[in-house]
Design a protein around this ligand. Structure first.
Ligand SMILES: Nc1ncnc2c1ncn2[C@@H]1O[C@H](COP(=O)(O)OP(=O)(O)OP(=O)(O)O)[C@@H](O)[C@H]1O
Ligand SMILES: [Mg+2]
Length: 459
């Protein structure tokens, strides 16, 4: 893509020289002969780099610099100072200039500086593009849910995002903990800094400390060079400590110290490093139980638990299932370019009755699979995995299979079914006949009779 360069210079000879130097096919060059003309061009064009003289009529180079920084987020400014005073140069840098050059200059120097500034705007544009994508993607509107618990959770999340507080996200696997952690970051004033996710259970315990805090050279065998950790890299950003319950107690102590003092010492080091990092942690474990079992430090728990965010499991917010389904159908239909109509009502009913141990992730995976496999765009009950069907459907599925494979002996099948129910009830009650009869809705004497007749013993 063509880039654009604005050259502001009131000395006609120098302007001519620069215009001829930068007359290149990859550049749109805009000449200006005064400060006001330059500012006017900045208002009207998407300028990448400004090369401006310091002293000009109609507004000096510093004014042009300030105007460019204010108007164009992604523009670099280089000042040319004829009166090489140090103060002007320092001031220019403080105001955000990319560089300054003193007159008389060598043409190669200017070409080099402008080239670097152009490169810089390329990198910045790429970053801005990536960040915009992330910010769009993690807007609260993208956390789908209409149920009361999710609404409440989202209103809490938006309050947390606006603060600098530590947050602890609690929820079963697949409920959206990481999604919420990212939403907190990308809706906070740290959004243009790094979001560093660290999965504490995926990194071996002996490496986790150095991953988080870095190490000095020679800290351990194989540490040939010093290395910065994730806390340092995420300075002024957010670190997401996922599955924090898996962290060893000594490391938990070190995390506590970062939270309290905003500083740490790298592995093997003595020098304290200061950081400004927001910590968001998540777990699917019951931390109070982990504390009782001496696996989690209570002081760290108190420190993390300032603002707990509970994400309810999907089975407790069945109203969210249809909207989540729509959302995922939209996503996967778009990705695959297939036309999808949706779930038939009985299939949707089954989804609502299912227990969803894998929560939203399980639902998302199901939709993705069905979109790929579907023929006419409708998802039927028979397309659902066995485990998602209600009991009676499972029994029907099995019956159909047997009948299609040559039929069965009805009496024996009934007998087998009765026997399995009785044995299951007995085993659940540890052999207690009285309670097993209760579970089966039978009188104790009836159960005893049946056991005798069938020759069953149970536990
Ligand atoms: N409310 C929601 N709206 C839209 N997508 C969601 C929602 N909740 C979860 N998801 C999606 O479900 C998937 C799982 O979410 P995520 O990875 O955040 O869960 P998790 O709680 O971190 O799971 P785990 O404990 O297994 O790590 C992701 O693809 C996420 O985008
Ligand atoms: Mg996760």
């Amino acid at each position: 893509m063509k880039k654009s360069l604005l050259i502001a210079e009131d000395d006609e000879n120098i302007l001519e020289l620069l215009l001829s130097v930068f007359s290149r096919p990859d550049l749109d060059v805009h000449p200006a002969r005064s400060g006001s003309e330059a500012m006017d061009l900045i208002d009207r064009h998407d300028i990448d780099v400004v090369l401006t003289d310091l002293v000009m009529p109609g507004g000096d180079g510093l004014e042009v610099l300030v105007h460019a920084r204010k108007t164009l987020v992604n523009c670099e400014v280089i000042l040319m100072t004829g009166y090489g005073t140090v103060e002007n140069a320092v001031q220019a840098m403080q105001l955000g200039a990319f560089h300054y050059i003193t007159k008389p200059f060598k043409v190669v120097e200017v070409v080099h500086l402008v080239g670097r500034a152009l490169e810089m705007t390329g990198v910045k544009k790429e970053n801005i593009h990536l960040k915009r994508h992330a910010i769009d993607h993690y807007r609260f509107e993208n956390i789908i849910g209409v149920s009361e618990p999710v609404r409440q959770m989202l209103s809490l999340v938006s309050k947390v995002a606006g603060s600098n507080a530590t947050a602890l996200i609690l929820g079963e696997s697949g409920t959206g903990k990481e999604l919420v952690a990212r939403a907190i970051h990308y809706n906070s004033n740290r959004a243009d800094r790094i979001f560093a996710p660290v999965n504490c259970s995926a990194i071996p315990a002996e490496l986790l400390e150095s991953e988080l805090f870095g190490h000095v050279r020679g800290a351990f065998t194989g540490a040939h060079t010093a290395r910065a950790g994730r806390f340092e890299a995420a300075n002024r950003g957010t670190i997401f400590l996922d599955e924090i319950a898996e962290m060893s107690p000594p490391l938990q102590a070190k995390i506590l110290r970062v939270l309290q003092e905003q500083s740490f010492t790298p592995v093997g080091g003595t020098k304290v490093v200061d950081v400004d990092v927001r910590v968001v942690a998540a777990t699917n474990k019951d931390l109070e139980r982990e504390i009782a079992a001496d696996r989690f430090r209570q002081d760290l728990y108190f420190r993390l638990n300032v603002i707990p965010i509970h994400i309810p499991p999907l089975r407790e917010r069945v109203e969210d299932i249809p909207v989540l389904v729509d959302h995922f159908i939209g996503k996967y239909a778009r990705e695959s370019g297939r036309r999808v109509r949706g779930f038939r009502p009985e299939a949707m009913e089954s989804l609502k009755r299912y227990s969803w141990p894998g929560n939203v992730r399980e639902l998302e995976n199901l939709v993705e699979r069905l979109v790929i496999l579907s023929r006419d765009g409708w998802f039927e009950k028979k397309d659902l995995p066995q485990a998602m069907l209600p009991q009676e459907d499972k029994a029907r599925g099995k019956a159909a299979e047997k009948l299609q494979n040559g039929g069965l002996d009805f009496r024996k099948a009934r007998e087998d079914f009765e026997n399995s129910l009785i044995l299951e009830a007995l085993s659940l009650c540890g052999g207690n006949r009285n309670r097993a009869a209760g579970l089966l809705g039978l009188k104790r004497t009836t159960l005893l009779e049946m056991l005798k007749r069938k020759g069953l013993h149970g536990p």
